[in-house]
Ligand binder design. Structure first.
Ligand SMILES: [Zn+2]
Ligand SMILES: [Zn+2]
Length: 376
């Protein structure tokens, strides 16, 4: 009896399947399911006390300078990649790839898609000069075309007059500073005028230790951006690195005005390809919100077993500060959204603290936060 009903079921399914496939025998047959689904891959980075942690990329190009894509593509990518805010920062000056007479209206073209997707789109442009002084992004400006002035000081001054936030881009770009990363008299001049508000610690696939130093010494906002020219997925190894380079902005609200306020107040950090760089006051809470050590759940043959959980998309590399008899690993990687079971030699009746340095997290040029693993 069982066998019979099974055969019947198989026949029935086969019959209805072939009926479905053969329902239409002429005309255009549209195969709706061949298109890929579009969904937002949320990036998990915890908020910190008093602030939302917004995920932003403030440096990217389109066909309105030397990029390969239409402005709306930047919004599509940003939405799928889980970003909160972006800025399209095409080169302001003439560029060989720029079409003659072309004005900067990447922002205007992308704005409706950004509004539909709830992506905060910040108006900006890249003032792009030879070194010195190099390239600068002007964000939150009202009229990008008005920044196209022959003298770079006039261009920067106009950006500031418009309420713009100015970032020194890729300060150690090999094409412009092949040997070292130098702070030149021209940069000092701009800085002293109060016209340099932030600096890129990371750009495309380069990062600059000197920029970390300057950001901390001179109180510049720490930023990191893709400076993407082609399509994002075409360029980067997204299997190995699913999270885009980000400027993290610690904002009171998820709005353009709040981002602007936070950036002028220097409440930023950057996460790029498993490296997290920022001031201690923001990095410490980010780490403690992300990583939790649980009390041991099992003891066996003199060892305590316990979980260490990472609820964020930031991978952490732990390096033990000093040798001890715990038999905890000297170095281990806690993957993003991952939990590891660790075991430590049991010390009778006493909780033990072990100190690890987070190798991939920087709060200064050679400064790493210390994470305490409490075994109990
Ligand atoms: Zn540039
Ligand atoms: Zn650029």
């Amino acid at each position: 009896m069982k066998g019979k009903s099974f055969t019947f079921l198989v026949l029935f399914c086969y019959a209805s399947l072939s009926a479905g496939l053969n329902a239409q025998r002429s005309g255009t047959i549209v195969m709706e399911d061949v298109e890929r689904a579009h969904f937002r891959k949320e990036i998990l980075i915890p908020d910190i006390a008093g602030y939302l942690t917004l995920k932003c990329d403030f440096h990217m190009h389109t066909v309105f300078s030397d990029g390969n894509v239409w402005p709306t593509v930047r919004v599509d990518e940003a939405w799928e990649d889980g970003l909160d805010a972006i800025s399209i920062t095409d080169h302001i000056e003439g560029h060989p790839k720029k079409l003659p007479g072309q004005k900067h209206n990447g922002y205007e073209i992308a704005l409706p898609s950004a509004q539909m997707r709830d992506i905060i789109l910040i108006k900006g442009g890249e003032i792009s000069r030879n070194m010195p002084p190099g390239h600068f992004n002007a964000l939150f400006v009202s009229d990008v075309n008005a920044l196209d002035l022959p003298d770079y000081m006039d261009a920067l001054g106009e950006a500031v007059r418009q309420g713009g936030f100015v970032i020194w881009n890729h300060p150690g770009w090999r094409r412009q500073q092949p040997d070292t990363t130098k702070w030149m008299p021209e940069h000092e001049d701009i800085y002293r005028k109060g016209w340099m508000h932030g600096i890129e610690v990371f750009n495309e696939k380069e990062w600059y230790p000197e920029a970390v130093q300057w950001a901390l010494e001179k109180d510049l906002a720490i930023t990191g951006h893709s400076d993407i020219h082609e399509s994002y997925n075409y360029k980067y190894n997204t299997d190995l690195y699913p999270v885009r380079p980000l400027t993290l902005v610690f904002a009171r609200e998820r709005s353009e005005a709040s981002i602007k306020e936070a950036m002028f107040a220097r409440r930023t950090a950057t996460l790029f390809f498993n490296r997290l760089v920022g001031k201690k006051e923001f990095i410490d809470p980010l780490v403690s919100q992300s990583v939790k050590v649980e009390p041991s759940h099992f003891s066996h043959e003199g060892y305590l077993y316990f979980n260490i959980r990472n609820s964020s998309d930031i991978e952490f590399t732990f390096l033990k500060e000093s040798a001890d008899s715990s038999e905890l690993p000297a170095r281990f990687v806690l993957p993003r959204r991952g939990t590891l079971v660790l075991r430590a030699k049991q010390v009778k009746g006493k909780a033990q603290n072990y100190l690890y340095r987070l190798e991939n997290v920087l709060t200064g040029v050679e400064e790493h936060p210390v994470f305490m693993i409490r075994v109990q």
